[in-house]
Design a protein around this ligand. Structure first.
Ligand code: FES
Length: 70
Protein backbone atom coordinates (compact mmCIF):
# COMPACT_ATOMS: atom_id res chain seq x y z
CA UNK A 1 0.00 0.00 0.00
CA UNK A 2 1.29 3.42 -0.93
CA UNK A 3 0.62 6.47 1.20
CA UNK A 4 0.65 9.96 -0.22
CA UNK A 5 3.11 12.41 1.28
CA UNK A 6 1.89 15.98 1.45
CA UNK A 7 4.19 19.01 0.95
CA UNK A 8 2.72 22.31 2.10
CA UNK A 9 4.57 25.50 1.22
CA UNK A 10 4.13 27.89 4.13
CA UNK A 11 4.01 31.64 3.56
CA UNK A 12 7.48 33.11 4.15
CA UNK A 13 8.54 29.87 5.79
CA UNK A 14 9.32 26.23 5.43
CA UNK A 15 7.91 23.37 3.42
CA UNK A 16 5.91 21.21 5.79
CA UNK A 17 6.14 17.50 4.97
CA UNK A 18 3.33 15.32 6.29
CA UNK A 19 3.98 11.62 5.95
CA UNK A 20 6.98 9.32 6.10
CA UNK A 21 9.98 9.89 3.81
CA UNK A 22 13.19 7.90 3.28
CA UNK A 23 16.33 9.99 2.70
CA UNK A 24 18.42 8.03 0.19
CA UNK A 25 22.05 8.57 -0.88
CA UNK A 26 23.38 8.40 -4.44
CA UNK A 27 23.87 4.62 -4.11
CA UNK A 28 20.30 4.01 -3.01
CA UNK A 29 21.09 3.45 0.68
CA UNK A 30 18.50 4.73 3.13
CA UNK A 31 20.29 7.21 5.38
CA UNK A 32 17.34 8.18 7.54
CA UNK A 33 13.59 7.89 7.69
CA UNK A 34 11.51 10.77 9.05
CA UNK A 35 7.83 11.41 9.57
CA UNK A 36 6.20 14.85 9.68
CA UNK A 37 8.97 17.45 9.47
CA UNK A 38 9.75 20.79 7.83
CA UNK A 39 12.31 21.53 5.12
CA UNK A 40 14.14 24.83 5.00
CA UNK A 41 13.64 26.98 1.93
CA UNK A 42 15.07 30.23 3.27
CA UNK A 43 18.70 29.08 3.48
CA UNK A 44 19.13 30.31 7.07
CA UNK A 45 18.74 27.02 8.95
CA UNK A 46 21.76 25.61 10.76
CA UNK A 47 20.17 22.15 10.44
CA UNK A 48 19.72 22.03 6.64
CA UNK A 49 17.87 20.52 4.95
CA UNK A 50 15.53 20.84 7.91
CA UNK A 51 13.91 24.02 9.18
CA UNK A 52 15.16 25.22 12.57
CA UNK A 53 12.79 28.23 12.65
CA UNK A 54 15.54 30.71 11.72
CA UNK A 55 13.20 32.10 9.05
CA UNK A 56 10.99 33.55 11.79
CA UNK A 57 13.21 36.62 12.19
CA UNK A 58 11.51 38.16 9.19
CA UNK A 59 14.58 38.03 6.97
CA UNK A 60 12.89 35.68 4.53
CA UNK A 61 10.18 36.90 2.21
CA UNK A 62 9.14 34.27 -0.29
CA UNK A 63 7.76 34.89 -3.72
CA UNK A 64 4.36 33.59 -4.68
CA UNK A 65 4.11 29.90 -5.44
CA UNK A 66 2.49 29.14 -8.73
CA UNK A 67 1.86 25.55 -9.74
CA UNK A 68 3.37 24.61 -13.09
CA UNK A 69 0.76 24.61 -15.82
CA UNK A 70 0.91 22.03 -18.60
S1 FES B 1 12.53 27.87 6.32
FE1 FES B 1 12.73 27.70 8.45
S2 FES B 1 14.82 27.99 8.82
FE2 FES B 1 14.63 28.14 6.68
Amino acid sequence: MSENVKLRVKANGSIRVTGTVDFVDADGNILETRTDFSLCRCGLSKEKPFCDSSHKGGAFIAGEYEPKKD
